[in-house]
Design a protein around this ligand. Structure first.
Ligand SMILES: [Zn+2]
Length: 115
């Protein structure tokens, strides 16, 4: 499960940013964005977070996950179809002349602290 190493890196990043900002509070809210096509499983991220956050600045913080959407663009019929996963062909006409837009990001959006 590579979500464990992703979440581990994320927690270290947050702790570093909090330290560098000069605060010594703890994190109450954490917003992250996970793209539908990023290959990262949201449930696994939550599981990893519950496992790794105790004894860090993120202990008891509320993890909010936004899933960014992905769109399949078809060159043949020019449709834009929202998709939850990679597809091999256009869902509308079956053409394989498709490209994907969005949904591949994975980043930390915001951190909210209390002192
Ligand atoms: Zn099409």
């Amino acid at each position: 499960m590579h979500e464990l190493s992703i979440v581990d890196a994320m927690i270290k990043q947050v702790e570093r940013e909090v330290r560098e900002s000069g605060h010594d509070g703890h994190v109450v809210h954490l917003d992250i964005v996970i793209g539908r096509l990023s290959g990262v499983n949201v449930d696994s991220v939550r599981f990893a977070f519950d496992l790794l956050s105790p004894d860090t600045l993120l202990e008891q913080s509320d993890l909010r996950i936004t899933e960014s959407k992905a769109v399949c663009l078809c060159e043949a019929c020019e449709s834009r179809t929202e998709i939850d996963d990679f597809v091999a062909a256009c869902p509308a006409c079956g053409s394989e002349k498709i490209t994907f837009e969005g949904g591949q990001d994975l980043f930390l959006d915001s951190i909210e602290l209390v002192d």
